[in-house]
Design a binder for this molecule. Structure first.
Ligand code: DAH
Length: 364
């Protein structure tokens, strides 16, 4: 090392040794951090080459130029070696990082859980398909419905209890006479007013009633309505149609029965029951083997039906001498309960995808 007051050794051998020392140190550096240490030692302000550079001024005349050139060349060589090593280590470190942090984009990734069609939607489609396969059409109507279409045109008297606010959700203001439809039957009226005869339609959709929300009631539910108006239509056509629907939904073994009932818009009217698929009637009169599903009745109620009341046909301007019809309507939720053993209606509205997925195999 050369102090400021000493005669510096700027001989070619000494300068070469300085350069060789620097190059060896750079080559030894294995990381950018090592190289930083080597740079300070061999190219920094207090490095041998910097000190040699500073000593040039003290050299007498003729030798000064040679020494200046040598040291200039040495500084350039050191700077070039440093830059080269820096690039080398930099790209090696980058390479190592790329390998270490490599992501295999072809690996399967955990996606969010897949959804499934809601069982109510799927079942409504499935029931609709039974009819479109026979050439019937799907008809739809609004959920907020005119009171006249929901009740009056269907032959409900003005004081019929179904109109009470305890059963029906009225849309404010009350004198708008708009209700949330309590059944899909108003779509019958819309179909008769809008469509040319003969009519073969099913009307699936949402319906509303002022009901509590519990295991067997939901205030917003779904029905599917059927309506046929043609020449020579009788109760026998209705029975055959319902049996076909029941077999399509529950299998060929299902038994149905029609039990006399009253609906304002059909005459005669009936409720359609399914043979209890749990006890198959064995619980009837047998207190030792009661059945919870049918309450030991042997049958469970599925929906309502009947021959279209001529007053309803007449309200829609249909010639009752020439045309007659039948109609039916049943709950989709009820059908799902029976068909897929879905005991609690709350599962149908809570939107847990596991419920939907558990019934995924249902449709088609
Ligand atoms: N609309 C009735 C209800 O919601 C069901 C019904 C009964 C529909 C008889 C019909 C029918 O088409 O003919 O309870």
């Amino acid at each position: 090392m050369t102090g400021p007051d000493q005669q510096a050794d700027l001989s070619p051998a000494s300068i070469d040794a300085i350069v060789a020392g620097a190059l060896a140190a750079f080559a030894d550096a294995a990381s950018l951090a090592d190289l930083k240490v080597a740079r300070l030692a061999h190219a920094g302000d207090r490095s041998p080459v910097a000190l040699a550079n500073r000593a040039i001024g003290a050299i007498p005349g003729p030798e000064r130029r040679d020494a200046g050139q040598r040291i200039g060349a040495a500084r350039a060589a050191i700077a070039a070696a440093l830059a080269e090593r820096e690039a080398e280590i930099g790209s090696a470190e980058l390479e190592a990082r790329l390998v270490a942090e490599r992501v295999d984009v072809t690996l399967p990734v955990a996606l969010g859980p897949a959804g499934a069609p809601h069982p109510i939607t799927a079942l409504m489609d499935l029931m609709g398909d039974v009819f479109t396969a026979m050439g019937w059409e799907i008809a739809e109507g609004p959920e907020a419905e005119g009171e006249w279409l929901n009740f009056d045109a269907l032959n409900f008297t003005p004081d019929h209890p179904a109109r009470f606010t305890s059963d029906t959700l009225f849309v404010e203001p009350l004198d708008s006479h708009v209700v949330m439809r309590t059944h899909t039957s108003p779509v019958q009226i819309r179909s008769m007013l809008d469509r040319p005869l003969p009519i073969y339609v099913v009307c699936p959709g949402k319906t509303y009633r002022a009901d509590e929300f519990d295991a067997t009631h939901v205030p917003v539910f779904h029905q599917i309505e059927g309506l046929v108006v043609d020449e020579g239509i009788s109760l026998a056509h209705l029975k055959g149609t319902l049996d076909h629907l029941a077999r399509s939904m529950f299998g060929d073994d299902i038994e149905t029965r029609m039990r006399p009932h009253y609906f304002p818009f059909t005459e005669p009217s009936a409720e359609v029951d399914l043979k209890c698929f749990v006890c198959h009637g064995a619980s009837v009169g047998n207190p030792d083997a009661p059945c919870r599903t049918c309450k030991s009745q042997g049958w469970i109620e599925w929906g309502g039906c009947g021959v279209v009341n001529p007053r309803v046909l007449a309200a829609c301007g249909i010639d009752t001498d020439r045309y007659s019809g039948f109609a039916f309507g049943m709950g989709i939720e009820r059908t799902l309960m029976f068909r897929n053993n879905a005991a609690d209606m709350r599962d149908m509205v809570e939107g847990d995808v596991r419920f939907s997925r558990s019934l995924k195999g249902m449709a088609r």
